[in-house]
Design a protein around this ligand. Sequence first.
Ligand SMILES: [Zn+2]
Length: 125
Amino acid sequence: MTNLLTTAVRTAYCACSACCGPRASGLTASGVRPVEGRTVAANHLPFGTWVRIQGIGLRRVEDRLAKRYTGRFDVYFKSHAAAKRFGLQVRSVTLDREILFAGTASAQDIKSDFRPSRRGTSKKP
Ligand SMILES: [Zn+2]
């Protein structure tokens, strides 16, 4: 099964008013509190979609960006400095099909299901 590999613009943000505007509530567009290491914003994917961002790891779509940034992945960081350091990158993002349909499963579930060493060898009973 082929995964959907795309090269996308990747930026980062935090919950401050400089990143999210003066009306920043501290919550994501999906209503949950953003978590560094899990939250990413993307307009073109449904909430709960897991994406594998090269060089960073798995992230779950939980937030949205301004309309003009549709197609972009905005990675959440707790600190503004860390978000700024991330800058703007154009690198690959993989939408694993399995992950795409995993919906709102927790990061724990996903990680235990996707051990790279098992790829191609595991057989479901
Ligand atoms: Zn910020």
